[in-house]
Design a protein around this ligand. Structure first.
Ligand code: NAD
Length: 484
């Protein structure tokens, strides 16, 4: 099935940090793929602005190399890349000084949507926002896009929000959490609110518990210094897993509109219980024969930052009272896998007898890899003889079911950048959501700091610390396996 592509009017997009890792791996390839699909049209202008000493021709070479590396395998007509590169311009600019800003202002056109993508560290948000304003580049159609980390704690998040609010209205600010751009995440809303099948069961009466797992096989890589200041709680739990929890737990919004959806997500965050210390497991991965352990990788032999965290929390409202939410995320785990499992309660009575087998229904929502949804149902084991029950998956892989032949669904950045241009904030975090998420996170972190807790070591490429299994077993439950 080929999805319908609605072209967007030509726009100007300025990518601050256009030579950086994120721009090269994600932003520029995403724009190219939208150009290939016909959504980004001729007349659009993408201006990369960074400190690097380059001119437009040099930047086009950088962009071409990135696209070849990170968009390999995408079907595009011959000559498309060359035409796309003509849309790119480069301005050497200092975010904290005046160099380059007049040249940038001269390139920006008046008659179209303009977006400023701050693909730079958060310390540059304030100087860039102030200069966008002082150079007269803000008009009603201006949008500003910021990346995580959005703050380090509640106080810093409030300060960032205040800085942006000095220059932009909240309706102009797009805080990216790329998890929200994934096909499955939106499908989660479609499955919940587009069918009558699930919503009547979507509550504490029928759901035993919910598990959210975001597992990576990679270690901290080159981000060691940043990561050691953040840890899994700040880097993943406070934003990505929290957003997934919100979409699973929220009430149906009256309309699929940005503030209606975000109001409901905010209510979930505010209903989250404080997490008991014995409901948190933190870990650090060990070395293997050919790769360093966490502490060595971050260059800090006594680091107490976690590369793994699992916790149990509750959403204290009528819908979810008594249903635990188990969340875990970590690096150097056995497989790269992001999945939400909604585990339903057992049937109230088995007419087939206690020995017949069968298992609870589970709805598994896979975010990566192989985005899709699986419903585990109980059926009769085929064959002759007595009534024995088995658990079988009803599986839907989006790539197989919906993708154009041989192509994956669009990358999250493709969708999110197009949403910025179309002015749709539904999949972006509002300032008060981010602050509420930090308000929940801060006491948890302060708690383990005050107790002087040290993360437990765990074997690299395993499912994480043993204690995380205990977290579940104490409640007579099990984590689902982490499968690629
Ligand atoms: P990077 O260090 O690779 O790139 C930084 C860019 O900023 C470079 O283009 C550099 O020239 C530019 N820059 C730095 N100081 C400047 C100045 N004074 N004036 C003008 N330009 C300046 O960083 P990155 O990995 O691309 O990350 C950018 C932002 O996105 C960071 O906030 C990061 O936390 C966030 N982020 C990155 C990723 C990722 O996968 N790389 C993922 C999520 C969020």
């Amino acid at each position: 099935m080929v999805s319908r592509v609605i072209p967007v009017d030509p726009f100007d997009l300025v990518v601050f940090g256009g030579t950086g890792d994120l721009a090269r791996r994600k932003i520029i390839p995403a724009l190219f793929r939208r150009y290939c699909s016909g959504q980004v049209v001729e007349g659009t202008q993408v201006i990369a602005a960074a400190r690097t000493d380059l001119d437009t021709e040099g930047y086009r070479n950088v962009a071409a190399a990135s696209i070849r590396e990170f968009s390999a395998g995408r079907a595009c007509e011959d000559g498309t890349l060359e035409r796309f590169l003509q849309m790119l311009a480069y301005v050497k600019l200092d975010a904290t000084g005046e160099e380059g800003w007049s040249a940038l202002a001269d390139l920006i056109r008046q008659d179209r949507t303009r977006a400023f993508y701050l693909s730079v560290g958060p310390s540059l948000f304030a100087p860039i926002a102030a200069r966008i304003r002082s150079h007269g580049l803000v008009n009603a159609g201006t949008r500003i896009v910021v990346e995580k980390p959005f703050g380090h704690d509640l106080e810093s998040a409030k300060a960032l929000n205040a800085t942006l609010a000095e220059h932009f209205h909240e309706t102009q600010i797009y805080r990216i959490d790329h998890y929200l751009g994934k096909e499955t995440v939106q499908n989660l809303m479609a499955v919940r609110f587009g069918n009558v099948l699930f919503e009547p069961l979507w509550n504490a009466q029928f759901v035993d518990h919910i598990q959210i797992t975001v597992a990576e096989t990679v270690g901290v890589g080159l981000r060691g210094e940043y990561y050691d200041r953040a840890g899994a709680m700040r880097d993943m739990m406070q934003n990505h897993l929290m957003q997934l929890l919100c979409l699973i737990a929220m009430e149906p919004p009256a309309r699929f509109e940005p503030d209606a959806v975000r109001d409901e997500k905010l209510k979930v965050i505010r209903a989250l219980d404080a997490v008991e210390p014995h409901h948190i497991v933190r870990g650090q991965y060990d070395a293997t024969s050919d790769s360093p352990g966490y502490r060595e990788a971050v260059g800090h032999p006594r680091s107490t930052t976690e590369s793994y965290i699992a916790l149990k929390t509750h959403v204290s409202n009528w819908r979810w009272s008594g249903t635990p939410f188990y969340l875990r995320t970590g690096k150097r785990l056995v497989a790269r896998s992001s999945v939400i499992n909604v585990v339903f309660k057992d049937a109230p009575h088995s007419i087939f007898g206690a020995d017949a087998g069968g298992a609870a229904n589970i709805l598994s929502i896979r975010l990566q890899p192989n985005e899709g949804i699986t419903m585990h149902v109980t059926i009769k084991e085929p064959g002759q003889g007595g009534m024995r029950l088995i658990d079988v998956p009803l599986d839907m892989s989006f790539a197989e079911a919906l993708g154009p032949e041989g192509q994956d669904p669009p990358d999250a950045y493709e969708r999110l950048i197009m949403d910025v241009i179309r002015g749709n904030q539904t999949l972006f975090m509002r300032g008060d959501e981010v602050e509420a998420a930090w308000a929940w996170t801060d006491p948890i972190i302060r708690g383990w700091q005050a107790r002087g807790e040290v993360p437990k070591p765990y074997e690299a490429l395993s499912k994480g610390p043993i204690d995380a299994d205990q977290l579940m077993r104490r409640d007579k439950r099990e984590w689902r396996g982490i499968k690629p």
